[in-house]
Write a protein that binds this ligand. Sequence first.
Ligand code: NAP
Ligand code: 2RA
Length: 401
Amino acid sequence: MSQAQEQTHSQAQASPAGQSARTDGRAPYEDAFQRRARADAAARGTSWSKPMPARPVVAVAGATGAVGREMLKCLDKLHFPASEVRALASARSAGTRLPFGDGELIVREMTPESFAGVDIALFSAGAGVSRQMRQAVTEAGAVMIDNSSAFRMEDDVPLVVPEVNPYDVAWHNGVIANPNCTTIQMVVALQPLRALGHIDRIVVSSYQSASGAGAKGMNELRTQTREVLDGEPPTVKAFQHQIAFNCIPHIDVFHDDGYTKEEWKMVVETKKIFGDDTVRVAPTCVRVPVMRCHSESINLEFDRAVSVQDVRDAIVRGEHVCLEDDPANNVYPMPAMHAGSFDTFVGRVRRDPTVDGDRGVALWVVADQLLRGAALNAVMIAQLLLPDAARTGEGEDAREE
Ligand code: NAP
Ligand code: 2RA
């Protein structure tokens, strides 16, 4: 054990919280959270009694979109045991052929009748469409796994990141929400660090790619880049300002307190997923001219001393998190290198000396938000709904490819 580690352990044992450092790698708070989630679930009860078949019928609502296309790829790559996959979108796309596995799916127009016989409906067609279709989906007996912000903060809707709070799927009433992509990659990176102490405060600045605004955001970055390089005025439609060669500190609408709704989501969703109202989050969300993968600069304040080495070790042990941290050799995560990756990458791990008592740590986190922050998370939630016997190890192997 290094001097720094020894110091951390002795300080942890003498921490004001009076909790000694655990040696089993699990957060001292984790059991309490799990107990609370289960108690909450029991107290809430659930009206959902339909058992999930081992080979469910899956609908992908918004299949032609940036997230929907990735959902189809994830279902295939994770060998999700669907007996049928239906690709749904607006009337504009009816008849479009989408690649799926070794074949193709023909897109159908989404109507309330589309969900007859469906067991799981993966939604990524925007909040308005999710609201319109919720009743039809659940009345058809399908569980809606929704990527939009429509239902995330509703009391009877679990907000799930499988590495953090998988147990919360137990209390759904027909709808399970996928958190916002910026929140997901942050909590996946932070989850292993919760074993080191309570995270009291998070200061996060995001660098969000154009694909966060869907297919139209990607098209706008391509078009504007050409326009600007050709000396033409950029055509601004998808974002508030020119995105090519620019940064826009404005994602979603502004609230009265000066924060944007995107920033508000990071605050409230983190608390709900962690089951921890005491964690304080100070976010700034910025759109940057990157095609794919969101990046985040994160400063953490723990309730006790935490060594940089302990943070690195915890990340290495974390689920679906990779440490990429060798500054001497210019190694750190970057969005251009991780498009298409399932994992969340962490680098630039260092002391934040502005927090007293060795309690501050700074990190840099990168993930493909279309996958980790949306499509993959949704398909992993769907895996949690399968009966135990249907959850084979095959999907996990495929995930590592
Ligand atoms: P997108 O590329 O614009 O795709 C939208 C999809 O919704 C398309 O398939 C579109 O079909 C379909 N759609 C739109 N209106 C419809 C209607 N009235 N009926 C049926 N289908 C309709 O957007 P996206 O980026 O994939 O985002 C989709 C959702 O996921 C949004 O709620 C977004 O907030 C959320 N999300 C996105 C990200 C991300 O990184 N992009 C991350 C997390 C969550 P057509 O092709 O026929 O128009
Ligand atoms: C964005 N977080 O990047 C959003 C996508 N839902 O715009």
